[in-house]
Design a protein around this ligand. Structure first.
Ligand code: TYD
Ligand code: ZN
Length: 400
């Protein structure tokens, strides 16, 4: 049992994936031999009171914090365009007053803030490890860091975060920081995977150590009010398998858009976090495991070669939950130099550079970066021309 990180009520577990390693804890071949790989219980539950969906167990921040594999959004053309458009949107709306100031919490590789910088607008990233080309406050975002930045720069018109807020179990410390730093009329905007999309696509691989919360409109609406804010707008985003961008303002400062009411009504109508929805989801997850293992085993028995494509954080949940090892997937190719030559966490599948894939195309490629499917398949037309086929497991196991 655990307590909700928003409202302290009881969190009811609805699925347990078993003991998993950290999704970013790649190992050297030497490290795989000793038996000391850190594991934690990867299980997910829903708050009986505020309905926030969250992990049952928290991984200490020192242990996770990406372990040196920062996310490079600009590797993906789609994501780079997404973040540029995001910045341009803010420049045209929230940042058009006198001497505006935008901050970002955990700024990926800085694409959004670089665009803001290039427009001559004051900006600052909260990022412990630092980022090229953007002004950085080298600290995690909390009340103390926010106070320090406000003292030196004044209030922020925009506080933005992409794929970051859902990673922070102590979400109260984030909202305390927002309260310190945000201008009276400013907005706190964050975008993260949407729980309804995870349910609808059975994309259970979004569930791993670094995604602590799985937001819904209803839970974020409660969260905002609980900390003195208001959910002013919501926007569906097509990236990363379906996200929502939430806009919070100080209570009473903005009139919520109709989209907020619509989203809340839609979630209520389908009882998004109710027992029927959740038990159907967990049955779907178990079915995907069975189907995927059956497929990989039968292809392997037929002498087919299968390679994994992209050693994503998501792939850690899939391989470890399904029990997919090098016997079924001999290696995973990945563009990240620091992952190449390593073994994936838990499953210990070797990671090799993309050339290992293109030099000798396998019969099948298991696409762990399914959220970039269009981009990947366009880039890898040679694979298909050579007769190769893609295996996908979202929204169900199928071959294309
Ligand atoms: P992504 O799905 O963005 O993230 P996550 O790790 O959070 O699940 O995938 C990023 C990883 O996928 C990173 O290790 C690089 C790898 N990747 C490739 O190797 N080739 C590709 O074409 C893409 C899109 C990703
Ligand atoms: Zn709660």
């Amino acid at each position: 049992m655990s307590n909700c990180r928003v409202c302290s009520a009881t969190v009811r577990k609805f699925f347990d994936f078993g003991r998993h390693p950290l999704s970013s804890a790649f190992l050297t071949p030497g490290e795989a031999d000793d038996d000391r790989e850190f594991r934690f219980r990867l299980a997910i539950g829903v708050c009986a009171s505020c309905t926030m969906v969250q992990l049952m167990e928290e991984v200490p921040r020192e242990l996770s914090a990406h372990r040196g594999y920062p996310y490079h959004s600009s590797n993906s053309t789609v994501m780079r365009k997404h973040f540029q458009a995001t910045a341009e949107g803010f420049l045209a709306t929230e940042l058009d007053g006198p001497d505006p100031f935008m901050t970002e919490i955990g700024c990926n590789d800085g694409v959004t803030l670089q665009t803001v910088r290039d427009a001559g607008v004051r900006h600052l990233a909260f990022e412990p490890t630092g980022v090229d080309g953007v002004r950085t406050h080298h600290a995690f975002f909390d009340a103390a860091a926010a106070r320090e930045v406000r003292a030196a720069n004044g209030p922020a018109d925009v506080i933005y975060a992409a794929n970051t807020i859902c990673d922070i179990p102590d979400i109260g410390s984030v909202l305390a920081g927002v309260d310190e730093l945000l201008a009276d009329d400013g907005v706190f905007v964050f975008e993260d995977p949407y729980f309804a999309e995870i349910v609808d696509r059975t994309s259970f691989d979004q569930i791993y150590d670094e995604h602590f919360f799985f937001f819904t409109g209803r839970a974020v609406h409660f969260l905002a009010e609980h900390f003195g804010f208001e959910l002013a707008d919501v926007e569906r985003l097509p990236v990363h398998g379906g996200q929502i961008r939430y806009t919070l303002a100080r209570a009473g400062r903005r009139r919520p858009t109709p989209a907020v009411e619509e989203l809340l009504a839609e979630e209520a109508a389908r009882d998004l976090t109710g027992p029927t929805t959740l038990s159907r989801f967990t049955a779907d997850v178990a079915r995907i495991r069975t189907d995927l293992l059956d497929l990989l085993r039968s292809l392997t028995a037929d002498g087919k070669r299968i390679v994994g494509y992209a050693a994503t954080a998501k792939s850690s949940t899939v391989t470890n939950y399904c029990g997919i090892g090098p016997d079924l997937v001999p290696f995973i190719c990945d563009t990240t130099p620091s992952k190449q030559g390593m073994l994936t966490p838990g499953a210990h599948i070797p990671v090799r550079p993309p050339e290992a894939f293109s030099a000798d195309y396998p019969d099948y490629a298991l696409l762990f970066a399914w959220n970039h499917a269009e981009e990947v398949m366009a880039k890898e037309q040679g694979f298909r021309e050579a007769g190769g086929k893609w295996i996908l497991y979202v929204p169900d196991v199928h071959i294309v």
